[in-house]
Design a protein around this ligand. Structure first.
Ligand code: C6P
Length: 423
């Protein structure tokens, strides 16, 4: 891909990015599909993004040409696979600006990254009476693991409330942080609302009471650059598949000093230094947390996704998304029956809404008939839906490759839904 744009002065951003998006769309074979006889308008990027050829080719090449296990063999293929794998880890390290490769743990996804931290903290630091602080807009992956351990050890789960437009109630933050708060686990970006949370402020408050901070970055890394050093968070979790990489791969960043003190997560091959029936000693970071054969080609695919993002550049990604988002909002606002859910001031391109009194599934089904892929339902954030007293939403979640045609198809589908469902 050699299309890094040098945006000319005074260019009409909307036209420019729409055109550029058209060009980049050809990197994504799935986007060329027709679905149910219509052009595919893929607006479900929050669930998973499409994959560019640059990623697909790396995954394919691994199985065609390089397949071998890592960290185990003296033979050529194993050494080659090991080098490729560790090179990908280095790309991930640079991508989030971690201080050392030891701070980059490969997992199967955000869900496993969070469970890893929850499990290890339960067995090392958390005690009865401690408090774990989450927010009202968390994905189930950042609620249930904490709830499970709180139940097991007698700790308390506390929740930062949110306001009507889908922002954390910052004025109520302060009183929730106290000397019992041991961990704050908050999403960087809400998958259901698109809200970008004020994580710097959360981190500052957590530090003032000596609590650790885990950020769920699943919906952040596809949209903007993340620098864990600058954030100074203790843990950062994300998935490859939402940022144009393969499924089944994720990352847990953790500060070395903290990871060093945590007990291992799972037992098995590669996470050990030596094993006897009497005693096992554990491998160094990051391998201590990586038991068993990982998703090797998936990790190479994530490395390729990072190369791809770097080549386009986040500033371009953000501009492209914004122009499609602005177009979408200007069109959708003209539909009287729409009620938007989540109108935070700082947002990524996630548009959640309801259509009059209709059920989101009914609208989603009509949109699907027209080739428009959106997600409908609670989006794995049931407490958030309860907060707004709604069964779920229709969610259009954008990526930089979405364009005007995708939005026009969505709008047409919604107008058809109004007629068919009598909304
Ligand atoms: N949200 C969505 O449609 P995994 O499944 O482990 O890759 O990611 C879980 C996860 C954790 N946190 C946030 C903020 C998320 O958005 C997700 C995944 C998808 O919104 C699927 S439920």
């Amino acid at each position: 891909m050699t299309r890094k744009p040098n945006e000319p002065e005074g260019v009409n951003l909307k036209e420019h990015t729409m055109e550029f998006g058209q060009d980049l769309r050809s990197d994504f074979p799935t986007l060329a599909r027709s679905v149910r006889g219509s052009r595919l308008s893929y607006l479900d990027n929050g669930a998973t993004s499409q994959k560019p050829l640059q990623v697909i080719q790396v995954v394919r090449k691994f199985y065609e040409d390089q397949n071998s296990n890592i960290h185990r063999g003296v033979h050529f293929l194993s050494q080659e696979a090991t080098s490729l794998y560790e090179e990908a880890r280095e790309k991930i390290r640079k991508f989030i600006n971690a201080g050392s490769f030891k701070e980059v743990i490969i997992t199967s996804g955000t869900t496993e990254s969070i469970n890893l931290v929850a499990d290890c903290l339960e067995r090392s630091e958390l005690r009865a009476g401690d408090e774990v602080l989450i927010s009202h807009m968390e994905h189930h992956s950042n609620i249930v693991p904490w709830q499970m351990i709180c139940e097991r050890i007698g700790a308390n789960l506390k929740v930062i409330p949110i306001n009507e437009i889908g922002e954390l109630k910052t004025e109520e933050f302060d009183q929730l942080f106290n000397e019992r708060t041991k961990l704050v686990a908050v999403t960087h970006v809400s998958n259901s609302l698109g809200t970008i949370n004020p994580v710097q402020r959360i981190i500052r408050l957590a530090k003032s009471v000596g609590a650790k901070v885990l950020l769920d970055g699943a919906q952040a890394v596809p949209h903007f650059s993340v620098d864990v050093k600058e954030l100074d968070c203790d843990f950062y979790a994300f998935s490859a598949h939402k940022m144009f990489g393969p499924t089944g791969v994720g990352v847990l960043y953790g500060k070395k000093a903290i990871l060093d003190k945590l007990p291992p997560y799972k037992g098995g091959g590669d996470m050990i230094e030596s094993v006897s029936f009497e005693k096992t000693t554990y491998n160094q970071l990051p391998h201590k947390f990586e038991a068993g054969t990982p998703n090797i080609c998936g990790v190479l695919g994530l490395g390729a996704a990072i190369d791809y993002i770097n080549e386009i550049g986040y500033s371009t990604i953000e501009k492209m998304e914004k122009s499609v988002y602005d177009y979408a909002m200007s069109e959708l606002k003209q539909i009287d029956q729409i009620r938007f859910v989540g109108r935070a001031e700082h947002k990524v391109g996630v548009i959640s809404f309801l259509m009059g009194g209709s059920h989101p599934y009914d609208v989603g089904t009509i949109l699907d008939q027209m080739g428009v892929a959106v997600r409908t339902g609670h989006h794995c954030t049931q407490p958030l839906m309860d907060r707004y007293n709604i069964p779920g939403t229709i969610r259009a979640s954008l990526a930089f490759y979405n364009n005007q045609q995708d939005i026009d198809a969505l709008v047409e589908g919604l107008k058809k839904s109004i007629k068919m469902l009598g909304i």
